[in-house]
Design a binder for this molecule. Structure first.
Ligand code: GLC
Length: 563
């Protein structure tokens, strides 16, 4: 019997929509200062609307000295003048709402900027009101740092402060001192920040670097993991026991009774512990796990060592995470890129194959996998990595530090640059390419980061007019999700798991079943017609349905009645 497709009534708004990440600095500049801004975003909301986007995650746009492009916040309650004013933000929230789009704020709560008033006060003395708001520790007897921990961006994770005669901890840059969540006043202050933004009408929060907020009771040296005698801080402080208590407290103080969603950036959380993090007993609605983006990188500190991976590893990531999220009655954020990751076309389908086909194949996966898809700005246009020749061409501080680390470990300049080309965060941060006009229509000034030269071909305006473009394909997929709602609420099941070339899976909501087939190789591969018996092809890229063949990087989506 052919039952009418209805989307499960108990699904939340953010489970049914498409999310989109905006790197505010690079999206659209409205005032010619070379930096993207809030009014620029407001002017392009229709681009997002037409992509089916219902939630827009803004990277931090609060007052910041920009040591880490806004992830170092000096004032959580105000907008950085480079990005606009609070009125601009209110207008953005309101204009977005008119289009059924909710704004998602990035809450950077593991640390602040060293220019935040809280930190300025904390560093003044050992017994002031805020002296305990950050992680302070005495030097070792010889005056050196309390432990041998290496920060995530390289170098010691401790910075000496003359006034207090103590060191403070920074998981990331020295300009990003870690807050002390063990202090209830700090937790309360952070809850107040979140409530302030909730009251402004935002729809969600992305919780930055959240697995680092709880520190161990005592600080001890770890076994060195590289020639610099240090150990990565991640292995010493991530997911410290008791962290979930803080986050449960946050959830009940901030989120309960609202329709706001939360998504935690949960480096170090894998499928096996997902149940504690998401779902009915969890602390967030979703968490970003990094098993997939780290598929080729065994050690985040060292970009020169890569790991061979196969399509089986890729499939396992989704199999395991979706099973775990479902078991917890939780939900999954699907992402292939973000502002810290390389472009997915180069990451997951490397090689010389047709770039447009590769981008479309990955788009097919992103928008048909079970979960809320997060598109990274530019992904919908088919961006690839920047391959700038010299380390001096790069802007990102973490890229520079990774390069230095590699040189320090004895890698050649060429090897260090290969790592940079593969993993630099600048690849996902180049300005948005709106048109073929100067600076890709991003700014009338000088862009803060060079526009990628392919903008004359890959840009929004041209792709909009081209029915075969990556952008047109994204729009078709967004439309398809609304028409074939099993792509939103259907259960996921991997098919032909042993096939090493094709990723095939189904989405079945009990009424309709979609079968998605994606060729991950640069050769023709055929599939068993039995997989799609009695099914109708509802979308395909380079493939020959009649012959049951997917051409290189081809993707096809079929639909049939559920059995
Ligand atoms: C997160 C952000 C990254 C930032 C870091 C420090 O990983 O995504 O961009 O550099 O936290 O805040």
């Amino acid at each position: 019997m052919n039952k009418a497709a209805v989307i499960s009534p108990d699904m939340k708004w953010w489970q049914k929509t498409i999310a989109y990440e905006i790197y505010v600095k690079s999206f659209k500049d409205s005032d010619g200062n070379g930096t993207g801004d809030l009014n620029g975003i407001t002017s392009e909301l229709d681009h997002l609307k037409e992509l089916g986007v219902g939630a827009v995650w803004l990277t931090p746009c609060y007052v910041s000295p920009q040591a880490d492009n806004g992830y170092d916040i000096a004032d959580y309650y105000n907008i950085d003048p480079a990005y606009g004013t609070m009125e601009d933000m209110e207008r953005l929230i309101a204009e977005a709402k008119k289009r059924d789009i909710r704004i998602v704020m990035d809450l950077v709560f593991n640390h602040t900027s060293n220019e935040n008033e809280w930190f300025k006060e904390s560093r003044q003395s050992r017994d002031g009101e805020k002296s305990d708001w950050y992680i302070w520790a005495d030097p070792k007897e010889d005056g050196s740092a309390p432990t041998n921990w290496r920060s995530i961006f390289g170098g010691s994770a401790w910075e000496y402060d003359e006034t207090r005669g103590q060191y403070y901890l920074h998981t990331f840059l020295p300009e990003q001192p870690d807050l002390n969540w063990a202090n209830p006043e700090v937790r309360k202050a952070l809850q107040d920040v979140a409530k302030f933004w909730a009251d402004k009408g935002v729809g969600g929060f992305r919780m930055d670097a959240i697995t680092y907020i709880k520190k161990p009771e005592t600080f001890e040296d770890g076994k060195p993991d590289a020639g610099d005698g240090m150990v990565g801080i991640h292995s010493m402080t991530a997911n410290t026991s008791g962290i979930l208590d803080y986050l449960h407290e946050f959830k009940s103080a901030v989120q309960e009774g609202t329709d706001i969603f939360t998504v935690g950036e949960a480096n170090g959380v894998s499928a096996s512990d997902l149940g504690q993090w998401v779902g009915k007993d969890g602390v967030f609605d979703m968490v970003f796990e990094f098993g997939l983006t780290g598929i080729d990188l065994p050690d985040e500190t060292n970009w020169c060592e890569t790991r061979e991976w196969t399509l089986f590893d890729f499939k396992s990531f989704f199999d395991d995470s979706l099973a775990a999220a479902d078991a917890a009655e939780g939900w999954f954020p699907v992402f292939l890129e973000n502002h810290d990751q390389p472009r997915s076309v180069d990451h997951f389908m490397p090689g010389e194959g047709d770039r447009i086909a590769r981008a479309k194949a990955l788009a097919a996966l992103l928008l048909t996998m079970r979960g809320t898809p997060f598109i990274m700005q530019g992904e919908e246009l088919g961006y690839v990595n920047v391959n700038w020749p010299s380390i001096d061409d790069y802007e990102d501080i973490s890229t520079k530090n990774h390069y230095e680390f590699a040189i320090g470990e004895g890698y050649s300049e060429e090897e260090a640059m290969e790592g940079v080309h593969r993993f630099s965060r600048d690849s996902s941060r180049t300005p948005m390419q709106w048109s073929a006009s100067e600076n890709a229509g991003f700014t009338t000034g000088t862009p803060w980061l060079p526009v990628y030269p392919d903008y004359s071909v890959f840009n929004r305006d041209l792709e909009l007019d081209d029915p075969d473009s990556v952008l047109s394909f994204y729009r078709e997929l967004a439309d398809l999700r609304n028409k074939h709602t099993e792509l939103i609420d259907g259960k996921y099941q991997v098919m032909i798991p042993e096939n090493e070339d094709i990723y095939a899976y189904s989405r079945d909501n009990g009424s309709k079943k979609a079968v998605i087939l994606i060729n991950f190789t640069d050769k023709d591969v055929s599939y068993d017609p039995g997989l799609i018996k009695d099914a109708e092809c509802i979308l395909s890229t380079v493939s020959d349905e009649a012959a049951g063949v997917l051409h290189p990087y081809g993707a096809a989506i079929y639909e049939m009645n559920s059995h």
